[in-house]
Design a protein around this ligand. Structure first.
Ligand code: 13P
Ligand code: SF4
Length: 359
């Protein structure tokens, strides 16, 4: 498919884009790991902005997106911040540069808007770790329990959920529930362990799901990095396999406790602005480093595991975003019954707690 922009003002089909003040050429190649072939040049960025304006669209990007996608977006943030922005966006179209469950959440919140994701194949291994049928069975084993689902779940799972949460408000959400009520927390076991530890609840059952990227950031790597960077601060996402190790290091006195922070991606931005050390070790997906370096250019941010890249987040390429705006694809649909059943749980989520940076 060839994308060409000329001075005409119309957007043509079949992958041909016309209508820019500049000429933009590139072959959009559809491969198994996403669309490629278009460079993120200033012309590309101008064309993205122009097409977004023409469509009355706002572009939202998660903190794990490629730097060039973050830089062209109207808003960059964590899952909670982006959900809130999507719920209140005045534009007719939301272009969600993130993974599928995020775009679905935007559609649940704004059923009358057009929600687009640049590549609908951008899934999430964590969201795939529990199905609606599995949740139905789990609920049947615990009648009377309240279901708290991480936002990294499908719309069908949200429809069976009482309250959704994100990493930035999971503790607040669980703390808001009657302490005598049993809680089913899903699907992330590491975030669940963090919530259990902080709230001190013992009537919380945790689903054994995980994100393949965060689970791969392990305690040994963190311990080794902490040993070789004794003056650093540690920013650790609670989905990480190493979150427990970080607290263990602090608890054992191997690392000063006031320099260990368990944070959502947005919380990391706020913490970066307040950091006192000149070095920060970051345990999360590596897309995060871009916003951190912009937020605090004087700090040396280093990934605990520089291979921790989410292949799904990285499917939102410059070529995919151009194709999305040029062709109005891929549109995200959630069947109205499922959306209605899931909406209250998402609204409860956005009413609780504060997301970090991005709003
Ligand atoms: P947050 O942006 O809510 O911290 O979520 C991280 C994540 O893994 C999204 O996929
Ligand atoms: Fe899902 Fe993990 Fe990728 Fe986040 S980093 S989108 S949780 S697979």
């Amino acid at each position: 498919m060839t994308i060409t922009a000329s001075r005409s003002d119309s957007v043509g089909g079949g992958g041909r884009v016309t209508g820019g003040p500049m000429t933009l050429t590139g072959r959009v190649v559809d491969g198994p790991s996403g669309f490629t072939g278009v460079e993120a040049t200033p012309e590309w960025a101008a064309e993205i902005k122009r097409l977004a304006r023409e469509r009355n669209a706002t572009i939202l990007a998660h903190n794990y997106q490629l730097p060039e996608i973050q830089d062209v977006a109207d808003h960059v943030g964590d899952s909670l911040a982006l959900s809130r922005i999507a719920a209140e966006a005045p534009e007719d179209t939301i272009v969600f540069c993130g993974v599928h469950f995020m775009a679905e959440t935007a559609k649940i919140l704004s059923p009358d808007k057009t929600v687009l994701i640049p590549d609908q194949r951008a899934g999430c291994s964590l969201a795939d770790s529990i199905s609606a049928d599995e949740l139905r069975e789990w609920k049947a084993e615990h009648p009377g329990a309240l279901v708290v689902s991480y936002v990294n779940t499908t719309a069908a799972v949200k429809a069976l959920t009482d309250i959704c949460c994100t990493s930035s408000n999971a503790v607040d959400v669980v703390a808001s529930i009657d302490p005598d009520r049993e809680v089913l927390f899903l699907p992330d076991q590491f975030l669940g362990a963090h919530v259990k530890r902080v709230t001190g609840r013992d009537n919380i059952h945790i689903w054994a799901g995980e994100c393949h990227v965060h689970a791969g950031i392990n305690g040994d790597e963190l311990t080794e990095q902490a040993r070789t960077h004794p003056n650093a601060e540690l920013f650790v996402h609670p989905e990480c396999g190493c979150a427990t190790s970080a607290l263990y290091l602090a608890g054992e006195g191997a690392f000063p406790a006031d320099r260990v922070h368990i944070l959502s991606t947005g919380g990391m931005i706020d913490a970066a602005k307040a950091a006192r050390s000149s070095e920060v070790l970051v345990a999360t997906e590596i897309g995060m480093l871009h916003q951190l370096r912009k937020a605090a250019p004087g700090i040396d941010f280093q990934a605990v595991n520089d291979r921790a890249s989410c292949k799904y987040m990285k499917m939102i390429t410059p070529a995919a975003l151009l194709r999305c705006l040029a062709e109005n694809r891929d549109e995200v649909h959630v069947d109205p019954e499922t959306a209605a059943a899931g909406r209250d749980s998402v609204l409860r989520m956005i009413a609780i707690g504060n997301p970090g940076g991005g709003e």
